[in-house]
Design a protein around this ligand. Structure first.
Ligand code: F2R
Ligand code: MG
Ligand code: MG
Ligand code: MG
Length: 347
């Protein structure tokens, strides 16, 4: 049975709000609870309805993926490359990563025969391991119910800008997390076991192994983080310092995708330091922002997962109305749901 449309809309709206609210705090090392809670109260009261919260590169690129799938009815990597590039030149001031803009410049130059070539030249040929491929991937698991499709398209869409396996494997993990959050049954243990099973296979390939070695890390870096999440979930006293040290809060995919997954799972239960009246989805966004660092991106990924699990009912009206282009998220959530159901029926 396909998940309800509320979860598709919830996932896109969650991702949008995580980005918009998280962007206010991006790069802060010490986010105070007072500042964050005051900010959240101002959203509750509708004080941001006149001057809407703007989204950043995370949502700009996620929108391109969703629009590409909806308009083509299929995943089309050349069309996606065009859309990323056109959108960047249409609106370059969305806070894009420092290096990724060189990919857009090269794609726009018309000098490259293959759309993947510019990404391969990033960082002296090593490719980017930033979290940009993961932050935008939500539309893929919302359009494709089959796991092999989710993995293939998450990887292919990621490789347009992130040629390091650390970059595109982060997109695969984030896409799988949204996929499993859409399913009816979920316990943190089974959720993590399913992610671990897939990531063991994903990280077995030659490039994943050689990239890890080149970066002087152990092989299977995402599996290692998923195992750490399992341990953290059995402990009552995990501090923000522990999370930042062991999982990360940075701009690298490996330092942010596992953190988003942990934040979602941790916020299935009340968090003593967060107001008890918050819904799980609001709590997830607040939890991510209090970690500081790459707050827009960690919050957008965690809230995409939380929205897919809890549904749009967990998003307060004034929060939704405060976000730029929220109507697109509602409309596209519905269309992706139809596409997902259609594909599910044809399998
Ligand atoms: N760019 C930002 N935030 C900085 C300032 C934003 C500010 N609020 C503003 O408005 O100006 N955020 C966005 O970028 C992140 C996603 O980045 P993406 O798309 O992965 O880009 P890039 O450039 O490929 O990688 C990001 C950085 O990671 C480091 N890096 C990646 N691969 C590397 C490698 N092989 N060797 C060394 N370093 C590598 C570099 O520092 C890259 O610049 C999101 O947070 C999004 O919100
Ligand atoms: Mg951003
Ligand atoms: Mg084509
Ligand atoms: Mg960011």
């Amino acid at each position: 049975m396909a998940a309800a449309v509320s979860r598709f809309r919830g996932s896109l709206l969650g991702a949008l709000l995580g980005d918009c609210i998280g962007a206010v705090f991006e790069g802060h090392t010490n986010v105070t609870k007072e500042f964050l809670f005051d900010y959240m109260k101002s959203l509750d009261k509708g004080e941001r309805l006149k001057r809407v919260l703007t989204y950043t590169d995370d949502t700009a690129m996620a929108r391109s993926i969703v629009q590409s799938i909806l308009e083509n009815d299929e995943f089309d990597v050349d069309d996606l490359a065009d859309r990323f590039t056109t959108e960047y030149y249409r609106d370059p001031d969305r806070g894009y990563g420092m290096a990724v803009v060189h990919v857009f410049e090269k794609l726009a130059s018309g000098e490259y025969k293959y759309v993947f070539s510019p990404a391969k030249e990033q960082f002296d040929g090593k490719g980017s391991y930033g979290n940009g491929a993961a932050m935008r991937v939500v539309g893929i698991p919302l359009a494709y119910p089959s796991i092999p499709d989710v993995i293939e398209y998450a990887k292919t869409s990621g490789m347009l800008t992130h040629a390091s396996s650390l970059g595109y494997n982060g997109a695969i993990l984030q896409a799988l997390a949204v996929h499993y959050a859409l399913q009816e049954e979920l316990t943190p243990e089974t959720f993590l076991d399913q992610l671990l099973d897939h990531m063991k296979e994903v990280e077995t390939d030659k490039k994943s192994r050689s990239d890890a070695l080149e970066l002087e890390m152990d092989e299977f870096p995402y599996c290692k983080k998923l195992k750490k999440i399992k341990v953290f979930l059995t402990q009552e006293d995990v501090t923000r310092k522990d999370i930042i040290k062991e999982l990360g809060n940075g701009i690298e995919a490996l330092e942010s995708v596992p953190t988003a997954i942990y934040s979602f799972l941790r916020c299935l239960k009340p968090v003593p330091e967060l107001p008890s009246e918050l819904t799980n989805l609001q709590r997830t966004i607040a939890f991510c922002i209090l970690l500081g660092g790459d707050t827009d991106t960690i919050a957008t990924m965690a809230a995409a997962i939380a929205g897919a699990y809890h549904g749009e009912e967990q998003i307060p009206l004034n929060w939704k109305l405060s976000a730029e282009d929220y109507k697109d998220a509602e409309d596209w959530g519905e269309k992706l749901h139809q596409l997902y159901c259609k594909r599910l029926q044809s399998t």
